[in-house]
Design a protein around this ligand. Structure first.
Ligand code: NAD
Ligand code: WQD
Length: 352
């Protein structure tokens, strides 16, 4: 069994990816501080895992801890060697992701997202583990670039969160350049990950104020929030509302599995940045319409002013990811709406 360290594996994208990797036979060591997640994820993953109970325990270990804790990280790498399961690669999800919070508390974002990554990368070097898949974001692209956005677009983030993601990508590039043939790195630049596993047993459980559209939509559908506020109806789009590239979380999880496989198989895979999106743009009104149709519900909404920092249209050119990894998003907007609502219905209070 190949041994993989997953940082932030209890979170939204991490937990769905863990399930995909478990099903594909990897041994996972997860480190998560639970700053934005819950240890209850372990029971959920256990029950979704189709192998025997014993084999889940043999394949999955979750350690509560912070990626900034050098001593803890060292002990994880050391223990893995002592157990004859040295860590071969890291999937690095751990980090803070609120654009708004990053603007109000930039030093925290630099400390966790960049400082935490530096600590992790130094320990990886020390233990000769030089394969990493990094969670990057489409938010690093120059917002004036025209969609579809390719990986060649200028990198010019406008908020602190995006700047920390671009900084980690830069750091990873320096590592690759200095130790050619040694580091194998894939940056996955996600567009808008949404939805949930089709069982509705794992999903997105945002803490505090909800900022993103999809979890907000779920709360309006459940009646917990009265109405959706749509940020602007005068964008230069077909119906005046913002257009984004919504990708089903299980398609995103599958992209991680394929990226990892690619990294571990290809001797000289080097340094790659791949857009992970469907390549299709959907407006806020289109998303609402599909959600209502699929789930036979009504989403009350009002139009309010544009949200500062928003762009009209953002969707991916995803050819590089599809041709390199042999990846293809299999689920559509209806799947996203159905699975996302199922998660909300079954877990109105998230994992608590
Ligand atoms: P999430 O908050 O659900 O998951 C992140 C996990 O990391 C959480 O479980 C959290 O507890 C953990 N964590 C945070 N700081 C930590 C630390 N210092 N040490 C250990 N664990 C820590 O977020 P997500 O949506 O699953 O995102 C995962 C990654 O993907 C993040 O790096 C995020 O920036 C990136 N990303 C997310 C999106 C998105 O829209 N969700 C888009 C692009 C990129
Ligand atoms: C989608 C559309 C809004 C909420 C953000 C981050 C980005 C990435 C993904 C991490 C836009 C509109 C939203 C609402 C609305 N995360 N909207 N009412 O802004 O594309 O990207 O999440 O890397 O960095 O910036 O996603 O879901 O917030 O917005 O009308 O209550 O929905 O204006 O058009 P966004 P979102």
């Amino acid at each position: 069994m190949r041994s993989i360290l997953v940082t932030g594996g209890a979170g939204f994208i991490g937990s769905h990816t863990c399930l995909e990797l478990l099903k594909n036979g990897y041994y996972l060591i997860v480190i998560d501080s639970y700053i934005n997640s819950s240890p209850k994820i372990v029971q959920r993953l256990n029950s979704l895992f189709s192998g025997s109970r014993q084999s889940f325990k043999e394949q999955f270990k979750l350690i509560k801890g912070d990626i900034r804790d050098k001593i803890l990280l060292e002990s994880i790498f050391k223990d893995a060697i002592n157990n004859k399961m040295p860590i071969e690669a890291v999937i690095h999800f751990a980090g803070l992701k609120s654009v708004e919070e990053s603007v109000f508390n930039p030093s925290l974002y630099w400390e966790v997202n960049v400082g935490g990554s530096i600590t992790l990368l130094r320990i990886m070097e020390q233990y000769n583990c030089r394969n990493i898949v990094f969670s990057s974001s489409a938010t690093i692209y120059n917002c004036n670039c025209k969609s579809p956005l390719s990986e060649e677009c200028e990198i010019k983030p406008i908020n602190t969160y995006g700047q920390t993601k671009a900084a980690v990508e830069n750091l990873l590039f320096s590592l690759y350049k200095n130790k050619r043939m040694d580091w194998r790195i894939i940056n996955l630049r996600y567009f808008n990950p949404v939805g949930a596993h089709s069982s509705g047993m794992i999903g997105e459980d945002p803490r505090g104020e909800i900022n993103n559209l999809f979890p907000y939509l779920n709360r309006v559908a459940s009646g917990a929030i009265k109405e959706l506020r749509i940020f602007g109806n005068n964008w230069p789009t077909l119906d005046g509302t913002g257009v984004r590239d919504y990708i089903h979380i299980m398609d995103l999880a599958n992209a991680h599995y394929l990226a990892l496989k690619y990294l571990l198989k290809k001797k000289n895979s080097g340094f790659l940045s791949l857009n992970i999106g469907t390549g299709k743009g959907t407006s806020v009104l289109e998303l609402i319409k599909t959600y209502e149709e699929v789930n036979s519900c009504k989403i009350p909404f009002i139009f309010v002013d544009r949200r500062p920092g928003d762009v009209a249209i953002s969707f991916a050119k995803n050819n590089l990811a599809t041709s390199t990894l042999g990846w293809k998003p299999k689920r559509d907007l209806s799947d996203i709406c159905r699975d996302g609502w199922k998660w909300e219905k079954l877990n109105p209070n998230g994992y608590t």
